[in-house]
Design a protein around this ligand. Structure first.
Ligand SMILES: C[S@@+](CC[C@H](N)C(=O)[O-])C[C@H]1O[C@@H](n2cnc3c(N)ncnc32)[C@H](O)[C@@H]1O
Length: 300
């Protein structure tokens, strides 16, 4: 499993009975997690001091109960900073397990930059949410050479609010002047337009939801939409792409499925390597790993 084990400001303290207990900076949150089907004993000294608790509702959804939590606070990962705000559907604005993918993307971009220092690399982040992958990729180019970054990131998300939040994360990470283009758009429509315009990208990242809607109500259903969507995305890859990363947090979409898609659509055309694995977070109290979905990675 690929484990995001380089966090200092975040940890999963424990997990039991359908919930995970997490530390986000100095605040402790308790949130539902459908993977946690075990009922291991709960150490009261850990589980009793909470800053917020997201309660599931039997009707679907749920709500936050706040004890002592600011409306917004910031945590860091390496030199990146992220604003956190608890909001609907138990979200905080960050998927900490993605840090293992951020590190991998940065290392692929670093290798590519070292090999071809004068080349400009265009990265496309789809379903980009609050911009974790956007700031990670932009940082690799911008912090190396702020006056002449060779990494340009295009960030696409259907939600205006999420795009605004991604801009905030870039700004607090010192990346407000980095070459990042933000677009509020439906990912499918955007790719169709980019194909017509002949625009190309050297790296593609996508973390699609199981179910989603574009700004005009366009419906996205992962199992039905993913393969044809990746097929479209391959048409905007440059002649010498660097990587293609697909993440899925949906249980049921196994790593081998992502590997199959990347092999048949990307590796067949460009060669290179495909690897896929579950991703996870270390659990401090047990030393075990909490599974958080799967990622598939193609690289040249
Ligand atoms: C990052 S994905 C989901 C990943 C995350 N692991 C989760 O559990 O939600 C969610 C993002 O996709 C965006 N989104 C959903 N459907 C979309 C669409 N058709 N086009 C563009 N963005 C979309 C949402 O606005 C949201 O920011």
């Amino acid at each position: 499993m690929w484990v995001a084990d380089n966090w200092k400001d975040y940890e999963v303290l424990d997990c039991s009975s359908g919930e995970k207990l997490e530390r986000w900076g100095k605040y402790r949150l308790l949130r539902p997690d459908p993977q946690v089907i075990w009922s291991t004993p709960k150490n009261p000294s850990l589980w009793e001091k909470l800053n917020a608790h997201y309660h599931r509702s039997s009707k679907g959804g749920g709500e936050w109960e706040f004890f002592d939590l600011p409306e917004q606070w910031t945590i860091g990962y390496r030199e990146l900073k992220f604003n956190l705000k608890p909001f609907s559907f138990k979200h905080t604005g960050l998927f900490p397990e993605q840090a293992v993918n951020w590190d991998w993307m940065r290392s692929r971009l670093r290798l590519a930059l070292d090999k071809e220092p004068d080349r400009n690399f265009k990265v496309l982040n789809l379903f980009a949410y609050t911009g974790g992958a956007t700031v990670a990729c932009a940082a690799e180019g911008y912090f190396g050479d702020p006056h002449n970054s060779h990494i340009n990131v295009t960030h696409v998300d259907a939600s205006k609010g999420m795009v605004g939040w991604a801009k905030e994360n870039a700004a607090i990470s010192g990346l407000e002047n980095a070459p990042i283009r933000y677009l509020v758009d439906d990912c499918q429509k955007f790719i169709e337009r980019e194909i017509r315009r002949g625009n190309k990208y050297d790296a593609i990242i996508m973390d699609p939801p199981s179910y989603g809607r574009g700004p005009k109500g366009e419906i996205w259903k992962l199992e039905e939409s993913l393969y044809p969507f990746v097929e479209l995305c391959v048409q905007v890859l440059s002649d010498k792409p660097v990587f293609f990363l697909i993440n899925s947090y949906t249980t049921g979409l196994q790593p081998a499925v992502l590997s199959y898609i990347l092999n048949t659509l990307v590796a067949k055309k460009y060669g290179g390597e495909v690897e896929a694995n579950e991703i996870g977070l270390p659990v401090t109290s047990t030393g075990l790993t909490l599974p958080c979905g799967a990622s598939g990675r193609w690289y040249s």
